[in-house]
Design a protein around this ligand. Structure first.
Ligand SMILES: CC(C)c1cccc2c(O)c(C(=O)O)cnc12
Length: 459
């Protein structure tokens, strides 16, 4: 089936879920038609006449980024929000100095080992504003040979006067976005907070799930990280009976130190949040299958990029050695339906699929990898949640898209549309085969050559 080809045509065809993957070079065209967008599509004049923009991200290649904007938008004010310090900060600011329209905002990172992972665009037009929450760094290598995800908001029209209540969505999107941006406590973001105040975001149907560094206690404990997801699942999640035997699914491109045993954090605090159902978090965790998708060494070796794809999948041998229990939950990266089995994942997603994978009770696309730094770890007998990094994702519940019960899913591009959820990968998942090993980025891989005939010999 030939699909729409213009940016606005593809965008419209992806409504109302508006969950897209990035286009991938080197695969059959049919896999880059439905529910896929490129950075140039997002910034296209067809999406709006840009007057200013703000890019939250981790890594930026400034000259490359500027070239992604249409010529006529390259002089518009551009704020880059990053978490760099010292030499990295100086280097980024030097890159930006060449462009008089670029300003910087350094996100405060006062917790050790915290990172500014959040990937978000604010796009201000002459007739409204758009928000994009995604998973790609602002560098060429993140946008054309990997599997990356994005949610693109509707065009939010301008209000006649600023308001914190007018223009609110059924999911509290405006309030939650303001709270997230407010967490930076950065004067450089004041204008963008005003723009948010000034726009009608009532058409947003996703929930914001963010993380920001700090020790969150009292009611704030459920405003960020996995406790935010626990609260949202408690308030809007699936019926307990519907999902009793359904797995919890996690898919990510890096892993942190999760503790010496699965009971340290993964299968207690974290799984307790993700397994939460409407009205209760008290579910028998032992009966819930945990399915984690993470590329094997061979997935990376045979990928479009070959071993260098593993340069963006930073799982360290020092971390892997401390948690062999994790490998019992691992499943391969498979995306035959989307033509992306060889486009390594940099997307991060979590959800509650049925055992067959044909239904989905909820779905989260986010910057957050599987780490305590990103999701938070409880302290002081569960009275506070300690988070180290900035993260941002959006959460889809069926009922906010007029779907009763669970989403029906597909990973087959030809059956996309009509409220069916376009999965980035094949479900049900495929366990690691005997002898499969998770990709580890800081050890040599010299048994077999990769797609380009090379070996992997990290320094
Ligand atoms: C371990 C760190 C330095 C790292 C290595 C490779 C890729 C990374 C990456 O892609 C992100 C990100 O996208 O936020 C963040 N850290 C990344």
């Amino acid at each position: 089936a030939r699909g729409p080809v213009t940016p606005s045509g593809v965008y419209k065809a992806g409504q109302p879920l508006s969950f897209f993957l990035t286009k991938v070079h080197g695969i059959e065209n049919k896999y880059n038609r439905f529910c896929t967008m490129d950075v140039k599509d997002i910034l296209s004049p067809e999406m709006g006449n840009l007057t200013a923009s703000c890019q939250f991200n981790y890594m930026f290649e400034v000259p490359w980024l500027m070239k992604q904007y249409p010529q006529q938008f390259r002089s518009k004010p551009l704020l880059l929000v990053h978490g760099f310090k010292g030499a990295n900060k100086a280097s980024l600011e030097a890159d930006g100095a060449a462009y008089s329209n670029i300003r910087f905002c350094q996100a405060r990172l006062d917790m050790p080992y915290g990172t500014h992972h959040t990937k978000m665009m604010f796009l201000l037009y002459d007739n409204g504003m758009r928000v994009v929450v995604h998973t790609s760094n602002m560098m060429e290598h993140d946008w054309f040979q990997k599997t990356q995800g994005m949610w693109i908001s509707p065009l939010f029209p301008k209000l006649s006067k600023p308001s914190s209540t007018l223009g609110e969505s059924p999911t509290g999107f405006k309030r939650d976005l303001l709270e997230y941006v407010g967490a930076y406590q950065a004067y450089q973001l004041k204008d963008w907070k005003d723009h948010i105040f000034h726009h009608d975001m009532s058409s947003a149907r996703v929930f914001i799930v963010g993380s920001c560094p700090g020790r969150h206690a009292g009611d704030k404990k459920s405003h960020f990280g996995h406790m935010r997801l626990r609260r949202l699942l408690h308030d809007h999640g699936p019926e307990k009976e519907l999902v009793r035997t359904w797995p919890v699914l996690g898919q990510y491109s890096s892993v942190g130190t999760l503790g010496p045993a699965k009971e340290s954090w993964l299968c207690t605090e974290w799984l307790q949040s993700l397994a939460t159902v409407k009205g209760t978090s008290c579910v028998p965790l032992m009966t819930i299958p945990l399915q984690l998708i993470f590329p094997t060494k061979d997935d990376v070796r045979t990928s479009l990029e070959g071993y260098p794809a593993g340069g963006s999948i930073p799982y360290s041998i020092h971390v892997a050695r401390k948690q062999p229990y994790l490998h019992t939950f691992l499943h391969q990266w498979r995306s035959e339906g989307r033509g992306r089995s060889r486009a390594m994942p940099h997307i991060k997603t979590y959800g509650r699929p049925s055992p067959s994978g044909k239904e989905l009770a909820w779905f989260l696309v986010t910057s957050a990898n599987l780490s305590k730094a990103a999701w938070g770890a409880m302290e002081k007998k569960g009275s506070q949640l300690m988070i180290r990094s900035y993260e941002l994702g959006v959460l889809f519940f069926p009922k906010f898209f007029e779907v009763k019960g669970a989403f029906r899913t597909t990973s087959d591009v030809d059956s996309i549309g009509g409220g069916v959820f376009p999965l980035p990968y094949d479900l049900p998942v495929t366990r690691y085969s005997k002898g499969d090993k998770p990709w580890i980025w800081d050890i040599a891989h010299k048994e077999l050559p990769d797609t380009n005939g090379n070996m992997w010999c990290p320094p």
